[in-house]
Design a protein around this ligand. Structure first.
Ligand code: MTE
Length: 369
């Protein structure tokens, strides 16, 4: 375990989250893998708009690096006017921004795919929401001074290993197009739900790219390089890529519009009478505009009610009050639409690495008299 004071200090004085800090009860994640640590958020945590830090899903490619803040510095180099070496305190002196952001792993719901795709067989739980506090990346890049011809920004984590058989040892690295790196909401974060960033989520600093699948948000940052070329690395061009409808391979970026039913659950037996279908919906490209629900296998659809916070980068809770017309078997579905007009697809576009599984998910229930 890391012994840094910044982790032991725990809570920071963070007025913007003081009112909404989730109740951290130390129940565990659903383990997918022990080494490296990979775990899903348990279903009951989805009732909370904010995911408590200990229940926020974890996706690591390599072992967690144990970093001491007193020794840690962030390097900024490449196509810049001056190289930088920033301490945590120097970063914290910059203007602070706090945003609620839902992060989803690109492989969430992979276990739904038929035929199966290789990789961690995530069910619903590789998605979570937290308040993240840090500094805009653009402010750090402005200090370094971006040079002419800058195309991308490369991020390197402190963790390393052999990512697949036949590959050599490497750190976790990913790049962003320069316009995404310079977006005011792209952050270098040091706090999660008002607490110092936990070790498993990238202590002391991680990148946070709102609206993009989680692979972009590099943890345990140690180096940022401004590039005048397009980076090609294992996690950029071998993984986290998807074939589009024409068969062309493109890198994953924005989170696809998606909704899931939280309750009732698959196979539930429900008494006749009124009941609520509850769920969450999110999209990387824009806020959620509407959620439609069908209780007859997709024949007819009715608008659900939204409740709880409506934020640009965070999921939307919704419910639909349903009175089953008669006892029997029913197929429930939900379909989200975002403010840009993106509609959740009825079926996921199957792809060999099993990413972006955002098709409508039917839930079968029995209603009895
Ligand atoms: N950053 C580093 N350095 N190493 C990693 O393995 N995993 C990525 C991303 N950043 C990863 C990383 C992936 S695939 C995801 S989905 C998110 O971190 C998960 O972040 P979390 O564990 O905080 O939920």
């Amino acid at each position: 375990m890391c012994n840094c004071t910044c982790i032991r200090a725990g809570l920071s004085a963070s007025p913007e989250v003081a009112q909404i800090r989730p109740d951290d009860n130390p129940k565990s994640l659903v383990t997918i893998e022990h080494e490296p640590m990979i775990g899903e958020t348990p279903q009951r945590a989805f009732d909370n708009w904010l995911t408590p830090n200990p229940l926020f899903y974890v996706r690591n490619h390599f072992d967690i690096p144990h970093i001491r803040c007193s020794h840690w510095k962030l390097s900024v180099d490449g196509v810049v006017s001056q190289d930088l070496q920033l301490t945590l305190d120097e970063l914290k002196d910059l203007t602070r921004v706090t945003l609620p952001i839902t992060m989803e792993c690109a492989g969430n719901n992979r276990s739904d795919l038929d035929p199966p795709a290789p990789g961690n067989q995530f069910q619903n739980g590789a998605v979570s929401t937290a308040y993240w506090a840090g500094v805009p990346l653009k402010d750090v890049l402005a200090i370094a001074g971006i040079g002419d011809g800058a195309r991308e920004v490369l991020f390197e984590g402190h963790d390393s290993g052999v990512p697949a058989p036949g590959e050599s040892e490497m750190p976790y690295t990913r790049s962003l197009p320069i316009d995404v790196a310079m977006h005011p909401d792209t952050l270098l974060v040091y706090e999660m739900n008002g607490r110092a960033l936990p070790e498993e989520h990238g202590h002391p600093i991680r990148l946070m790219v709102p609206g993009w699948y989680g692979m972009a948000s590099v943890k345990w940052l140690r180096r940022i390089s401004v590039l005048d070329f397009n980076y090609e690395g294992f996690f950029q061009t071998d993984r986290y890529i998807i074939e589009d409808e024409t068969g062309k391979t493109v890198p994953l970026s924005s989170i696809g519009v998606k909704s899931v039913i939280g309750s009732p659950a698959e196979g539930d037996v429900i008494e006749m009478g009124g009941m609520c279908v509850n769920g969450t919906a999110w999209s990387g490209e824009d806020r959620i505009a509407a959620i439609d629900v069908s209780c007859d296998g997709g024949e007819t659809w009715t608008r659900a009610d939204v409740f709880g916070p409506s934020e640009r980068y965070a999921w939307q809770h919704w419910r639909y009050c349903w009175s089953p017309p008669a006892p029997g078997e029913y197929t429930l579905m939900s379909r989200a639409i975002d403010a840009r007009g993106n509609v959740q697809p009825m079926k996921t576009h199957w792809n060999r690495l099993g990413y972006m599984v955002n098709g409508v998910r039917p839930v079968q229930v029995s209603v009895r008299a």
